[in-house]
Each structure stands twice: as C-alpha cells, then as structure tokens.
Design a protein around this ligand. Structure first.
Ligand SMILES: N[C@@H](CCC(=O)N[C@@H](CS)C(=O)NCC(=O)O)C(=O)O
Ligand SMILES: *[C@@H]1O[C@H](CO)[C@@H](O)[C@H](O)[C@H]1NC(C)=O
Ligand SMILES: *[C@@H]1O[C@H](CO)[C@@H](O)[C@H](O)[C@H]1NC(C)=O
Length: 161
C-alpha cells in the first residue's frame, strides 16, 4: 500500500470526499492538519501551484485537486469497490457533473461565505440555481452512484456541511 498522507484542514470540509474515498478502499492514511493562515513548507512544496488543501501524498509523491485525487485513488487501488462507474458513458457523465460542480456550484458557495452582504445574495441565488440542476441528476436515486455511493457523492457530499 505504501505510505499515504492527507494534508487537510480541520475547518475545511472539502477533504471529506477524499477521506470517504480512502475509507471505502480501506486505505490507512495519516492526516496532516495544515494551518491555512501559516502554510507549512511541505504544503508549498507539494502543491506549489495552488497552495491549497487537500493534497494526497503517496510514497512521497503528491497529487492535488480533489477530483484528480479521487481519480488517482481509484486507479492506484484498482480493486472493488470502485469510485468511478465502469461504463465509459457513465464515467463521462460522472465527470461532466463533477466539472459542473467545480465550476458552477462550489465557487458561488465560497463566494457566499467570503463576500460582502450585497454580493452574497447574488451568489446565494446562483448556488441554489445550480444545486437544483445537480438535484435533477440525483432524482429517483439514493446516491449519485445509484444504490451505492461513488465519485459524485464524494465530489459533492461534503457541501452539506
Ligand atoms: N479546487 C480545489 C479547492 C481546494 C480549496 O479551495 N482548498 C481551500 C480550503 S477549503 C484552501 O486550501 N484554501 C487555502 C488558500 O486558498 O489559501 C480542490 O478541489 O481541491
Ligand atoms: C508505493 O509503495 C508500496 C510499498 O512500498 C508499493 O507496493 C507500491 O507499488 C508503491 N506505489 C507507487 C504508486 O509508488
Ligand atoms: C508558522 O508555522 C511555523 C512552523 O511551521 C511556526 O514555527 C510559526 O510559529 C508559525 N507562525 C505563526 C504566526 O503561527
């Protein structure tokens, strides 16, 4: 299995998706809590482009960006249960919605938290509008993955926090 470390922050639920994926695959890992006001030299070394958490360190090699990390976990620990569906079309649809989330749902959420009151209202409307589209895709299913959870549940589930 090798050595697995997850750089995250206690106040940041985005790493939950990665934690769920690691648990699903029964991978032992160590958590490294980053102070985002005072980032460690290791975080800057392992994620020099974005300087953000989560970062997954595996055998000394880092992978960044949640959606990329989920892909990596499913490919490296390539045994059942799988995170992505097997069917190519289902995989493509999954990636479509994950991209939609990254581009259209998560940014207005952050905007709501970070911005001034006036802009907040606008960001809130956008977030709700785009969440409704995501909800349509979930219709009639318990999880995005259908009977069981998978990629999109990990990509979106933490937003509930
Ligand atoms: N697109 C990134 C977003 C990660 C992200 O926004 N991380 C935040 C914590 S929630 C962070 O590390 N912020 C520190 C900073 O921006 O300086 C992903 O999917 O992993
Ligand atoms: C990580 O290390 C483990 C054990 O040392 C090894 O079995 C595995 O192939 C390595 N994986 C990668 C991707 O380096
Ligand atoms: C920032 O982190 C370093 C260690 O990584 C520590 O020595 C220093 O005291 C911290 N500074 C603040 C202001 O917390």
């Amino acid at each position: 299995m090798g050595e697995v470390k997850l750089f995250s922050n206690w106040s940041s639920p985005i790493a939950l998706g990665i934690i769920w994926a690691l648990k699903l695959k029964a991978i032992d890992y160590e958590t490294i809590n980053e102070d985002l006001q005072n980032k460690s030299s290791l975080l800057l070394e392992y994620n020099p482009i974005h300087k953000k958490v989560p970062v997954l360190l595996h055998n000394g090699t880092s992978t960044c960006e949640s959606l990329v990390i989920l892909d990596y976990i499913d490919e490296i620990w390539n045994t059942s249960p799988h995170i992505l569906p097997e069917d190519p079309l289902a995989r493509a649809t999954t990636r479509f919605w994950a991209k939609f989330g990254d581009e259209k749902v998560i940014p207005p959420f952050y905007h709501c938290i970070m911005s001034q009151e006036k802009d907040q209202e606008e960001a809130k409307e956008k977030a709700i509008e785009n969440l409704k589209l995501v909800e349509e895709h979930l219709k009639g299913k318990q999880f995005f993955g259908g009977e069981t959870y998978g990629f999109l549940d990990f990509a979106f589930g933490w937003l509930a926090y």
